[in-house]
Write a protein that binds this ligand. Structure first.
Ligand code: NAD
Length: 462
């Protein structure tokens, strides 16, 4: 560890200790519980009170949450980067703002009615009750903001069990959200969390009799654990999104979008571009343009050294996840005198980084002779997660062919991947993309159960 890194580490530890000490005094008042049972009891009580409030009040509470999260977007982003040592503050500010502004509220709940000779039948979206939400280290605060709004809009309470390595920033977000709820006249601990979250506390929450729904956002392990719980679970899992550039693409725009998407928050988003597959006839022009966009192009033996550094042990080195490109380059002895956002390296078709979710701003690039070959390798690289794919093309047939072959939850064309989350693209935002269980880009209605109410031979007004 260099002297600078030691200093940063000491300062970070001190800041986190101070935050911890300040908030320890009245933790339970702030909806952070030492004990799983107490957290679930408090959330259950809160949900019962919340169920008595009307939709207008629910919206007032959500408005208050949006406000506090917007006002603290930078504070929470700084806290997240200090604690997790992953990502970029500016990009995490954007993520927090997106979650606060573009997560749908109660307008997302649509009831349905049938009327006819035999009366009126109504289908309404009801809450599950108390949800446990498991959140990742990669988007800690934005996921808590997004899940809180979605789950509350649907009428539920939520107990968070955040990633242990992001517990301070996640629980600070919960405390802020709880204070906003109480300020707007809602019940305390409608959104609450566990003081020392672990895999064991998550396991206890999964089997707690008062938890009606499990929502997990993370890698394959946690999705499997949730789906083995015997309860209804919404699983948002890993991906390995390929990006194809075909011969018809606007290569200037494509290069810009690829650098923006793959470098955003140092590639921590599960939807971010993870491998670049380029049709040969456009490859040189695209590479030239990627360089102009500020990407650092690794060549020759440096590619092998980088591969060894990232994957030497066989698995992705977690120390490098979410680090700045300049820091990762320094790891292999390359100093750059500028803020490089992305490293690109041309590799062979079977290179391991093409098939691994690296979660860092190092993008492997492969070239192929045709779009058919590009689609073939993209489908293999995506690994069957059916998560996200990106394409730069002007050919509608190529786009259709890729979409049909890859079958991903998100398919973004001619834009950075984050356009798929409503950032520069149409549609709402979510940080829980439920591919494995099929709910897709989650929102309030994902966290509801349908209830049918039937009144026979009455209430027809025609
Ligand atoms: P992770 O799987 O290590 O941890 C995620 C959460 O699950 C953490 O809170 C962790 O404590 C918990 N957890 C892990 N194993 C568990 C188990 N067996 N039982 C109970 N809880 C368990 O993932 P991470 O490093 O925090 O996040 C990165 C991963 O998450 C990537 O694979 C990324 O693609 C994925 N991700 C997916 C989405 C999505 O919406 N699909 C969003 C963000 C991240």
């Amino acid at each position: 560890m260099s002297l600078d890194e030691k200093l940063i580490s000491m300062v970070t530890k001190k800041v986190l200790e101070e935050i911890e000490a300040k908030s320890r005094k009245s933790r339970s008042e702030k909806a952070i519980y030492d004990d799983v049972d107490r957290a679930v009891e408090a959330a259950t009580r809160a949900q019962k009170r919340f169920a008595l409030l009307d939709l207008e009040k629910r919206e007032q509470i959500i408005k208050s949450i949006r406000e506090i999260c917007l006002n603290n977007a930078r504070f929470l982003a700084e806290l997240a980067v200090q604690e997790t040592r992953m990502g970029r503050v500016e990009d995490k500010v954007v993520k927090n703002i997106l979650a606060a502004q573009k997560t749908p509220g109660t307008e997302n709940l649509e009831s349905k009615a049938w009327t006819g000779d035999r009366g009126l039948t109504l289908v309404e979206m009801a809450p599950f009750g108390v949800i446990v939400s498991i959140t990742p280290v990669t988007n800690p605060t934005a996921t808590v903001i997004n899940n809180s709004i979605s789950m509350i809009a649907a009428g539920n309470a939520v107990v968070f069990n955040p990633h242990p390595k992001a517990k301070h920033c996640s629980n600070m977000t919960v405390e802020l959200i709880n204070s906003a709820i109480v300020k707007a006249g809602g019940p305390d601990s409608l959104v609450c969390s566990i003081n020392e979250p672990t895999i064991e506390t998550a396991g206890k929450l999964f089997i707690h009799p008062c938890i009606q729904l499990i929502s997990v956002t993370g890698g394959p392990g946690v999705v499997k654990a949730a789906l083995s719980s015997g309860k209804k679970a919404i699983g948002a899992g890993a991906g390995n999104p390929p990006v194809i550039v075909d011969e018809t693409a606007d290569f200037v725009k494509a290069a810009h979008n690829i650098v923006c998407g793959a470098s955003f928050d140092n590639n921590l988003l599960c939807i971010a571009e993870k491998e670049l597959i380029v049709v040969e006839s456009i490859a040189d022009k695209l590479m030239g343009r990627l360089f102009k966009e500020g990407a650092y192009i690794l060549r020759g033996k440096d590619i092998d050294i980088m591969t060894e550094r990232i994957l030497g042990s066989g698995d992705i080195d977690r120390e490098l996840i979410g680090k700045d490109a300049a820091v990762i380059l320094r790891e292999i002895g390359i100093e750059v005198g500028r803020d490089v956002r992305l490293v690109i390296m041309e590799v062979g078709l079977e290179h391991p980084l093409v098939f691994n979710e690296q979660l860092m701003p190092v993008l492997p690039l492969v070239t192929v002779p045709t779009v058919d070959a590009a689609i073939d390798i993209a489908v293999r690289a995506e690994g069957g997660y059916r998560h996200t794919a990106i394409m730069h093309s002007k050919d509608i047939d190529n786009m259709t062919q890729f979409a049909k072959a890859i079958q991903t939850t998100l398919f973004v064309k001619n834009a950075p991947s984050y356009a798929g989350l409503g950032a520069g693209g149409e549609g709402y935002t979510s940080f829980t993309i439920a591919g494995p269980t099929g709910e897709g880009i989650t929102s309030a209605k994902t966290f509801t159960r349908q209830r049918r109410c039937v009144l026979v031979d009455a209430f027809r007004i025609v």
